[in-house]
Write a protein of this length. Structure first.
Length: 99
């Protein structure tokens, strides 16, 4: 039985660009399938430099606390995503639910 390849070269190039962009942003490949072009990526929790943020909050009279609060919310989450190519050749990204 032959496998049907529904991806074109241009859609595969877009897939590779999206994948390399995510890897540059700190994601690591945890699962990959070359037949159905999809990849599951994961990014671990980020460490926050609290001393830097305290000094910045004090020096900006508290305005930096908004940035610090956003950093705390986004950094303390492990993130898993799926990057794949659908039947029409469109690259899409979806959140994966982890335990």
């Amino acid at each position: 039985m032959e496998s049907y390849q529904f991806t074109s070269i241009s859609s595969f190039d877009k897939f590779q660009q999206a994948l390399s962009s995510k890897i540059r942003n700190g994601f690591v490949i945890i699962e990959q399938n070359d037949k159905l072009p999809y990849v599951v990526l994961s990014r671990k929790k980020k460490q926050i430099d609290y001393t830097f943020h305290i000094l910045m909050t004090l020096s900006t009279l508290g305005f930096w606390s908004v940035v610090w609060f956003y950093e705390i919310i986004t950094a303390h989450q492990k993130k898993d995503i799926l990057v794949a190519v659908d039947e029409d050749g469109n690259v899409f990204e979806e959140k994966c639910f982890s335990k």
